[in-house]
Design a protein around this ligand. Structure first.
Ligand code: PLP
Length: 385
């Protein structure tokens, strides 16, 4: 899908076309208005006739939001993007644009919690059933397919245990059975994975995370083919109305300018911290697909361009003591989102009684973060010595 003559991602995020109408303003103006008016009634009627490409009302097209959508479209190598007020607005809208009553969904069990809840508990009210499968085993995805499977929902890597699905195989399977594929690509960002090139139909992102990069916005996006996105525009997009505010779009655009730079640094920091944890006593396993000894590292290399700084580990230290460890950390704040400049820690108990420690590595100097973790291990009596 990607035009071979198209610009590199680093250029796409910083280059805006020169705009005569706005005195050559270097950053695009915020069109903070609900409606757009026309000189004549005939022009209004003609715009209404071509609603999908006309600027009439901000619940449809808004020029500031449209510029952000254009950049995200290019970054993912798609044909059209639509932005939303949150990642969940994008995810629920994308799913609703595919399924109808009587359909069946195959979803990976490591997918984002609220997305799973939407399928399992909400859509079941409308007679849409979902099977959850271990996505790292392709055969389980294949085996879960039923005659009425219309959607295969992926998240690769998942955002707690960082397991991958084979995107090429999943796309081929969907094509064969006439189903649509959606992937939550939030972890990878458009910098490190472009699933449309493997035949995945729709990519969704929570822009709240790395795309914003500053922990000050909530938003989401769907990217796909012109045909699918035009239909989605006249249906779910306009009818559910969970649009992104133009002011937020402008701030997202500012975050996007440094996405390539930030992701380079996050990748370095993430690998440094993952390697440190990997060799440390009391750590049983580090979940980060960029590590050469990760069980899915070969698949990682075959479909991703890089890795980032959200990772998790399992330890033989009890959760109670790890709570003390987390409380002793001075540079990691306790919180559940990620993608900003600041490091975070979050621990989650599993149904089998085990727990994982999820770390988000921000843009601090990794040596400082390692020293902080070491002093916290010392404080609970699990130091290196
Ligand atoms: C945060 C997140 C979402 C939801 O995004 P919101 O912007 O909070 O609605 C979806 N998927 C993943 C992987 C996330 O981390």
């Amino acid at each position: 899908m990607r035009d071979p003559m198209s610009l590199n991602k680093e250029t796409i995020v910083v280059h805006d076309p020169h705009d005569e109408r706005h005195y050559g303003a270097v950053s695009f103006p915020v069109y903070q208005n609900s409606l757009f008016t026309f000189k004549t009634h005939e022009e209004l009627e003609s715009a209404l006739h071509h609603e999908v490409s006309s600027v009439i009302y901000t619940r449809g097209n808004n020029p500031t939001v449209a510029l952000l959508e254009e950049k995200l479209t290019k970054l993912e190598g798609g044909e059209q993007a639509r932005c939303f007020a949150s990642g969940m607005a994008a995810i629920s809208t994308a799913i609703l644009s595919v399924v109808r009553s009587g359909d069946h969904i195959v979803c990976v069990d490591g997918a984002y919690g609220p997305a799973k809840k939407f399928m399992e508990q909400y859509l079941s009210k409308f007679n849409v059933q979902t099977s959850f499968v271990d996505g790292k085993i392709y055969e389980q995805i294949e085996a879960a397919v039923q005659e009425n499977t219309r959607l295969i929902y992926l998240e690769s890597p998942t955002s707690l245990s960082f397991e991958l699905q084979d995107l090429r195989k999943c796309a081929a399977l969907a094509e064969q059975i006439g189903a649509t594929t959606i992937i939550d690509n939030t972890w990878a960002t458009p910098m490190f994975q472009n699933p449309l090139q493997y035949g995945i139909d729709l990519v969704v992102h929570s822009m709240t995370k790395y795309i914003s990069g500053h922990s000050d916005l909530v938003g989401g996006v769907i990217i796909g083919s012109q045909k699918h996105m035009d239909e989605l525009f006249t249906n779910e997009f306009q009818l559910l109305g969970g649009i992104l505010h133009p002011q937020s779009a402008a701030i997202f655009m500012r975050g996007l300018r440094t996405l390539p730079l930030r992701m380079q640094k996050h990748e370095q920091n993430g690998l440094l911290i993952a390697s440190y944890l990997n060799t440390r006593p009391h750590i049983i396993r580090v979940n980060h697909p960029g590590l050469p000894d990760h069980p899915q590292h070969d698949l990682f290399k075959s479909q991703m361009l890089g890795s980032n700084s959200l990772l998790s580990f399992e330890t033989d230290i009890s959760m109670d003591r790890m709570r003390q460890w987390a409380n002793s950390l001075q540079l990691f704040r306790k919180g559940i989102s990620w993608g900003g400049y600041e490091s975070l820690v979050y621990m989650k108990g599993q149904s089998d009684g085990t727990f994982v420690v999820r770390l988000y590595i921000g843009l601090e100097e990794p040596d400082d973060l390692i020293s902080d973790m070491e002093q916290a291990f010392d404080s609970i009596g699990c130091g290196m010595k």
